[in-house]
Structure formats: C-alpha cells, structure tokens
Design a protein around this ligand. Structure first.
Ligand code: SF4
Length: 505
C-alpha cells in the first residue's frame, strides 16, 4: 500500500475508512468544505514567513520529481524548505516546513486549527518515521497552530499569531507504534472482502467520517444517530450495548427533551403548544419592535485591528420593524463593500437604524449580542447606543428552546432552519431552497469572503443574493412571531377539535 500523511491519518482514525476510500470511494459522502481548505492554504503560506527566506518544492503529480528536487535542495547546509518530499518503503510525505542547520533537521507541521489534536501528533510521528529511516538527523519536531487569543495590532505579529508546540519527545516515543501501525494498515488493506467494523467514537472523532451514511445504511430509519440532543460518545456507548432504535431508547434514563422528540416521531403526535407560556413570552415584547439578523465571516489570519483569529466579523444585517401594532412592516439592510473592514460602517448604520430603548428580537440572541458587544468595545463613541441595543434584545428562540411549541417536524431542534419549515411547510416564500446562490449562513460567509475576487457584474449578482438571503432571515422571524401571536389568541383549547394540541394551564 502506498501511504501518505492523509492516508495514514485516516487509517489511524479507522482502517476501514481507508479501505473504503481505496476500494469503494463511490459510496463516500462529499464533505469538502472549501472555506476550511482555503483557510488551511492561507495559514500554511503565512506560517512560512516565520522562517524568513525559504525554498519551495513545487507540486508535481510525479512524486519522484518532488523527491529529487528535495534531495537537491538539501545539499545546502542551511536552508528552510517547504513541501520537502520523502519516500521510504512506499510511505510518502511532504513536510510543511523543514529547517536544516548543518546536518540537523527540524520538522514543522502547520495547522489552521486553534487547538492541538492527538491526530496531529500521529501526523508528525509518521513524517518523522520516514525521515529517521532515511537516515536524517532529526533534532526537533513541532506543530504550529493558531493562537486563538491573539488580537491583531496595526501590524500582524506572526510570533504571537502562532503557537509552536515542541512535540519531539512524544513523537520519538511513538516511533515503534508508527512502525506497527504501518504494518497493520498494510495487512488490513490486503483484505479483498469488505471488512466488518463496529461503529464507534472514531466514526466522528477527530473528524466526521465521510462513510458514516454508508456504514449505517442498514440501521432502522429511527436510529439514535438521528437524535440531535445526545452527545456522540453516549450514542456510541448505547450502540455498543445494542441500544440503537428509538424504541430501545425509550426504556433508558434519557433527557426529557430527547424522550419527547422520540415519542412525537414514533407515535406521530400532533403539535404541542403551551399557549399560556407563549402568551407570557409575547407579553414581554413591546413596540416599536425590531427583528435583527447579522451575517458574519471569519478570518483565520486577522486582517484588521482588534480582530482575533476566527472571530465573527459582521458584514451584513437585515432589519424588519414595526413602529406600532397596526404599522406596516418596514425593512432596512446593510451590506459592506468587498475588501474593506466592514465594522465601522456597519456599526454607524446600525445605531442610525435602531433607536435607543426599542425592543429588538433576534433568533439565538447570544450571537447577535456578542457581535454588538465586540463592536461596542471597538468603537467607544458608539458604545452607549450599541449597548442599549444589546441590552434590549430578546430571543425569539425561547418558545422553541423551552418547547412551548413543538412539532415532530422540528426533529428535536430549535434552529430556525427546522422551526420555519415545521411551522410553514407549504409556503414557498419561506423556503431557503428557493433562493438563488445563497441558501445558508456558510454560503453567505464564503460569498462575502470571496466577493473581492469577482468581476463587477458577478459582485452585483452575489450582493443581490446576499441581501435576499439575509432579508429572508428576518422576514422568517416576523412570520414566526406572527404565528405565535395567532396561536396565543386561539380560543379553542380542546384536543381533537383542532389540528394542533393547544394546552392552557
Ligand atoms: S463510519 Fe465508522 S466504521 Fe465506517 S468507515 Fe467510518 S469510521 Fe470506520
């Protein structure tokens, strides 16, 4: 078997993953996340600057060319090489950054993550195994990853942006294990019939396995892996005790919300509505009433002052509002220009658009509040107004998180992406699938992050669709609020006389 860093790490997570990838790749789910890939490339390129001058080994489909180029570069005594490539006994690797001083070698693996994962140790252990066996004198093995608490100043300080962890000792201690793993992987890969593997925590750790749908295809439709509110570890523990259907789980000591979800789906229960609780929630809201939703994006490498890696940077908002009960619904919006720090203009516009002391609704308000708090910290002149907006935000998710309103279609979730279709199953104007280009927050984030790379015409089209997407988010909130109002005014409270089960205390 020809192994590489990624194949070795896949096999460390689960050998069957590598077997399926090699022999049955057509059953693999596409889990490619373009923005994660882009982040990885960007972080890798920036990390190289930590080492001053360096020489890159260009990618070539013919790995032998990369290996030969590496040999030539290594003839120099003092050199930093990126993508230095090696082959030992069918095991290939490219080292992210290799530093050679005299005859001593240092290996640096760069990760765009903000924490050190065990699988990274396996990754560098494998690289070290290859280089040691080729006779190189390895003095140091390190993992460079992003320091999440770094806050950018005027200049980017690379030495503070990256945490460099020396893992030499643990990697050297792991060498016998690498040797054994490679032998085991090669034996496993000789199997001609598809191997049996019991599902276990490795199916989701450290990464979601792209073969999970395939490996669970024979489970009953109602299986524990469909449940949202149970931790993965518990799911696999239950599975290994042969508890894997909703029915099996009903006899276990489980969270009441999970039990409720199961009962609703198993017994096809009608919607449950706690009318008095909904009324109490609605009575807390006052006019003028604003509905706010931000779109944000993240930068692994902060480009602006005061930004931390992966911090949520707001670039857009939509705002629906009603001045009074009988007022016509109005709408305002903001979308930043490409390639500029969007925060100041957005904050200035926000304080113009939302007056002080008005009630603002957000869906999952923790997110909107944290965005506003960060803006207030950044712009002291706007702090008072921004914090006034912040302090007057209420959460439209409350009735759903507390299960004042629950239907089987919500599938245990209180996310607006489940709640909305559950409440309005046949309304095409509230269906995100009917939008062009942008259908969810990740697509919005990627679209804005890449906006500056597009032609003028393309930018206009993407901007139009970003605006439509974000507007739908707040329009959906208005519709949900109206639905709650309508329900709380239901006169009918007797089960079976309505399509819905409405409970009053
Ligand atoms: S789903 Fe689990 S058992 Fe199946 S290949 Fe992936 S990690 Fe292995």
């Amino acid at each position: 078997m020809n192994l590489s860093k990624s194949k070795y790490c896949n096999a460390i997570q689960c050998k069957k993953m590598l077997w399926l990838d090699t022999n049955k790749s057509d059953v693999k789910s596409d889990m490619t996340n373009e923005s994660v890939l882009d982040n990885g490339v960007e972080v890798g390129e920036i990390a190289r600057r930590l080492f001053g001058q360096y020489e890159s080994i260009p990618y070539n489909e013919d790995l032998n060319i990369m290996i030969e180029d590496t040999k030539k570069a290594l003839l120099q005594d003092n050199i930093v090489i990126t993508e230095a490539s090696f082959l030992y006994d069918n095991n290939f690797c490219s080292v992210d950054i290799l530093k050679k001083t005299g005859n001593e070698i240092e290996i640096y693996e760069v990760k765009s993550s903000t924490n050190l994962k065990d699988i990274y140790i396996e990754d560098v252990s494998y690289q070290t195994y290859i280089l040691l066996n080729l006779g190189y004198n390895i003095k140091k093995v390190c993992i460079a990853y992003i320091n999440s608490s770094y806050e950018r100043n005027l200049e980017l300080e690379l030495d503070k942006l990256f945490t460099i962890k020396d893992v030499t000792d643990i990697v050297f201690k792991n060498q016998e294990n690498v040797k054994k793993q490679i032998k085991d992987i090669n034996e496993y890969m000789m199997k001609t019939n598809e191997p049996e593997e019991k599902l276990n925590i490795n199916c989701s750790t450290p990464y979601e396995c792209p073969f999970f749908s395939y490996c669970t295809k024979d489970l009953p439709k109602d299986n524990i892996f469909k449940l949202k509110r149970i931790r993965n570890k518990l799911k696999f523990d239950l599975y290994n005790k042969d508890i894997y259907t909703y029915n099996d789980l009903l006899n276990e000591n489980i969270d009441w919300k999970v039990k409720q979800q199961i009962e609703f789906e198993l017994y096809d229960k009608k919607p449950m509505i706690l009318k008095d609780e909904i009324k109490k929630f609605l009575d807390n809201l006052t006019y003028p009433l604003y509905f706010l939703d931000f779109e944000t994006y993240q930068q692994p490498i902060p480009q602006y002052m005061g930004v931390k890696p992966y911090m949520q940077i707001p670039f857009q908002y939509s705002l629906h509002y009603l001045e009074s009960e009988n007022d016509k619904l109005k709408h305002k919006e903001f979308l930043a220009e490409a390639n500029e720090d969007p925060r100041r203009k957005l904050a200035e516009q926000l304080v113009k658009d939302i007056p002080k002391n008005v009630c603002t609704l957000a869906y999952n308000m923790g997110f909107e509040k944290s965005v506003i708090k960060n803006l207030a910290k950044l712009f002291p002149d706007l702090e008072e107004h921004l914090m006034n907006i912040h302090d007057n935000i209420k959460d439209l998710m409350i009735p759903f998180i507390n299960r004042y309103y629950y239907t089987k279609e919500m599938k245990g979730s209180y996310s607006i992406k489940y709640v909305l279709p559950a409440l309005f199953p046949n309304d095409p104007t509230l269906n995100y699938h009917n939008l062009d280009l942008i259908h969810n927050g990740s697509e919005a984030m990627n679209a804005y992050a890449n906006l500056g790379k597009l032609s003028k015409d393309e930018q206009i089209k993407v901007r139009e669709n970003l605006l439509k997407y974000c507007e739908l988010d707040t329009y959906a909130m208005v519709k949900i609020w109206l639905k709650l109002k309508e329900i709380s005014n239901y006169k009918l409270t007797i089960e079976n006389e309505s399509d819905e089960k409405v409970l009053t205390k």
